[in-house]
Design a protein around this ligand. Structure first.
Ligand SMILES: CC(C)(COP(=O)(O)OP(=O)(O)OC[C@H]1O[C@@H](n2cnc3c(N)ncnc32)[C@H](O)[C@@H]1OP(=O)(O)O)[C@@H](O)C(=O)NCCC(=O)NCCS
Length: 283
């Protein structure tokens, strides 16, 4: 990406920004029907542009959520767009890095945005860049007769430091420790995760220690039998297991951690019902 730089927008970028808006927005990613003849309307003072081989090919607008003093610690991404000809080159991610850095420099503690359920590409971009889902608004819009969900996403600019955390099953026979490097977890909708109610923190082998209880564990497998669904034979809890996506690592159920609230983690949905197409997002 050395041929791409991100800088604040200037007046002479306006024709390129207008062109980007015309090429990037439609009913699948914007609930507002844009006038095809309108010019770029956002403030240039809060817009960062991506310049690729000397051409403006993308922008992100980061502004205050509101004028309320009680919301001065928030910044909101109002829009992010990359020209269709240069997508999947990491430019959207560079713009998100710039947005995080600008928000942090301004003293903000949380960066928010909204994304329509009909925009899976953007959701994948945000997932890859550490954003979590804070709220899921069902049927928030009705676009051409179809209900469309909306999601409020956030990125904590003051994320907790990495640390070792302890956990156990319910009866205490099984005890473990896990090193939490990134405070990001997955909420999977597959048949077994839904019934377990597990929230997944996937870590490499060296970040997990079984303190005691190997003998207390039993193991359930199904399907490809790659995942080893361990559970305590006495209390039935599933504190951790070997996941199919990372058979050399561990998948810890963060609900089994002690002294750590689930809300400390940034949580993203994982479509385990479509495992084969979804797993590339987390490997
Ligand atoms: C969403 C958007 C900004 C992404 O820009 P981009 O420059 O292509 O993003 P990146 O190249 O940084 O992509 C980073 C990651 O996001 C995910 N991603 C982005 N586009 C994707 C797509 N079309 N399909 C699947 N995953 C995608 C991938 O994980 C990708 O990493 P990879 O290429 O290594 O697999 C661009 O598609 C866009 O402008 N869309 C129209 C405007 C829009 O919808 N904005 C968001 C409104 S909420």
């Amino acid at each position: 990406m050395s041929q791409t730089l991100v800088r604040l927008a200037i007046q002479t970028d306006l024709p390129a920004l207008t062109q980007l808006d015309r090429r990037c927005w439609g009913p699948h990613n914007s609930p507002v029907v844009l006038d095809p003849n309108r010019s770029f309307t956002m403030s240039l003072d809060t817009t960062w542009v991506a310049v690729h081989h000397g051409v403006v090919v993308g922008y992100v607008n980061v502004d205050r959520s509101s004028d309320l003093p009680s919301q001065h610690h928030l910044r909101r991404i109002q829009a992010i767009a990359v020209d269709p000809d240069v997508r999947r080159l990491g430019i959207g991610s560079l713009l998100l890095d710039a947005a995080k850095s600008a928000a942090k420099t301004q003293g903000a503690r949380k960066l928010t945005l909204r994304v329509m359920g009909s925009n899976p590409n953007a959701l994948a971009l945000y997932r890859k860049n550490g954003f979590g889902v804070e709220a899921h608004q069902r049927a928030e819009f009705n676009m051409n007769g179809q209900d469309v969900d909306d999601r409020s996403l956030y990125f904590p600019l003051d994320a907790a430091e990495p640390k070792w955390c302890s956990g156990s099953c319910h009866c205490g026979a099984v005890q473990f420790q896990v090193y939490v490097r990134t405070w990001e977890i997955l909420d999977c909708n597959c048949s077994v995760c839904t019934k377990k109610g597990i929230l997944h923190l996937i870590v490499p082998g060296e970040d997990f220690r079984l303190i005691c209880g190997e003998d207390a564990l039993s193991t359930y497998t199904f399907g490809t039998h790659t995942a080893k669904h361990h559970f305590c034979r006495t209390c039935g809890m599933h504190p951790f297991y070997v996941p199919r996506s990372h058979p050399d690592g561990w998948d810890v159920n963060v609900r089994a951690l002690e002294g750590v609230e689930v809300s400390a983690f940034v949580c993203m949905p994982f479509d385990g019902r479509e495992w084969a197409s979804s797993v590339t997002e987390i490997r």
